[in-house]
Design a protein around this ligand. Structure first.
Ligand code: COA
Length: 423
């Protein structure tokens, strides 16, 4: 028994944000039916291709545990099938450009008419307002959500982050909204609309920067290293480089091998509670009692000097040795792990955070596993579907089309090539 077993998800998602959401629902046991255009499919199938002829990693890593049906939803037969799918399914998830579903003839009013219990969940770039009609990709959301203006170095341009907080981040939020709506439906019997705008998702993840924006009214942000450097603050939260987000100063420091290894660094936090341990560790026991260093507020204007001294010590160790020595002393540190190190990490494989999946076109590849672990809902990551692999299976088993109806549907051209789908 899986947590979402029995829930049927009509998956109209593409690219990254929507597929992240429906993949999560599939991992929790929902039957996710991905609707794609015949012969074309999700654009990511053929983007950033590394194995000619095979679905790309971009697609395979975002569409595990789903089934694929191909339907031209703008054809008459396609609309007939889609209507049946709306009748049968619990949730419709989509992240088309604004208005695309309406243009297809399946806006919210029509969906409610067909199935009043249906939950219709959408990712859009922006919520209601002047930008609501815009198409949006990851980096646009990072910029419009306050992330880019607060990421990077104060004397340089705004930066986007590697973490896909606009796409994958919003997809995760949408999944939560869907599960909440399903629970509410238990009581009301009604479906509802669920909207997760990417800008809202990024703003939510940047709340500490909105906190700092308001703190600026009370004076400079003393825990930002630009304060120690004497650089004046402007009227908006500045880029904080690698400063720690909270009141515990931290920096990225070089470790042994940094000259040749771009990831030979550690994050080092001088948490006040363990300051004495830090002093002993780096050979500065006198700082424990020296009034210029003994308290967090005394250290704030001296953070450059403090971290320079700590770095002299970290440069004599590898990032893993730093971890090994600091952890027993409760000093929070973190090695800067490269993607290569993450891919090869044995424990991440054992915890199924990184999984190896076999695929008929591309062979074995690595993917991310389910990032949330439920003790009573085991997640087995299975491969993504080939384009239209389950068209016939869904038409016959779920929608009950058989015999002449199936012949009619396939010969209409509305669902693509029959040979592409297994029976
Ligand atoms: N049958 C027939 N037509 C289909 C179809 C199917 N099975 N599936 C999709 N289409 C059509 C849509 O109806 C739409 O047609 P229309 O423009 O004539 O109405 C068209 O395909 C493409 O949709 P669109 O969403 O505009 O794709 P795009 O490639 O131009 O834009 C995005 C991509 C991501 C920018 C856009 O979808 C978007 O802004 N989405 C919302 C925000 C989002 O999720 N962004 C992050 C993506 S990771």
């Amino acid at each position: 028994m899986k947590a979402l077993e029995g829930q049927k998800i009509l998956d109209f998602t593409h690219v990254q944000s929507g597929p992240t959401c429906t993949q999560l629902l599939a991992w929790f046991g929902a039957d996710v039916i991905k609707v794609e255009r015949p012969g074309v499919g999700d654009a990511t199938r053929k983007q950033l291709v590394d194995v000619p002829g095979a679905d790309s990693l971009y697609f395979t890593m975002l569409n595990h545990n789903k089934r694929s049906i191909t339907i031209n939803t703008k054809s008459e037969t396609g609309r007939e099938i889609l209507t049946r799918l709306v009748e049968e399914c619990d949730v419709l998830v989509e992240n088309f450009a604004p208005g695309a579903l309406d243009r297809m003839g399946f806006g919210w009013d029509r969906i409610q008419e067909i199935n009043p219990r249906m939950i219709m969940a959408s990712v859009k770039g922006f919520g209601p307002g002047r930008y609501e009609d815009c198409k949006v990709y990851e980096n646009v959301a990072q910029c419009a959500g306050g992330s880019a203006s607060t990421t990077g170095f104060p004397d340089n341009v705004p930066m986007v982050t590697g973490a896909q907080i606009g796409d994958s981040g919003t997809g995760l939020l949408l999944a939560l909204g869907i599960v909440a709506a399903l629970l509410q439906r238990e009581k009301t019997g009604r479906g509802q609309r669920v909207l997760a705008p990417m800008q809202d998702g990024v703003i939510n993840l940047c709340r500490v920067k909105l906190r700092d924006q308001q703190r600026l009214a009370a004076g400079p942000l003393e825990e930002y290293s630009q304060f120690a450097k004497g650089i004046p603050f402007g009227d908006a939260t500045p880029r904080a480089a690698n400063d720690s987000g909270g009141g515990q100063p931290g920096r990225i420091l070089k470790c042994k091998g940094w000259e040749s290894d771009p990831d030979a660094y550690t994050y080092f936090i001088t948490q006040a509670a363990v300051w004495k341990n830090v002093c002993d560790l780096i050979g500065k026991p006198e700082w424990k009692t020296d009034p210029d260093y003994a308290t967090p507020s005394a250290r704030l204007p001296r953070l450059d000097e403090v971290f320079d001294e700590i770095e002299k010590w970290t440069m004599t160790r590898t990032k893993f040795e730093v971890m090994d020595e600091c952890n027993p002393l409760d000093i929070p540190v973190g090695p800067i792990l490269s993607m290569k190190e993450i891919a090869e990490d044995r424990e991440l494989r054992e915890s199924k955070t990184i999984v190896e999946v076999d695929h008929p076109e591309r062979g074995k590849y690595l993917s991310v596993g389910c990032p949330v672990k439920l003790s009573d809902c085991y997640v087995e990551v299975t491969r993504s579907p080939l384009l239209g692999e389950h068209t016939e299976e869904i038409l016959s088993e779920l929608l009950g089309f058989g015999g002449q109806d199936l012949e009619r549907i396939f010969s209409s051209g509305a669902v693509g090539d029959r040979a592409a789908s297994t029976k």
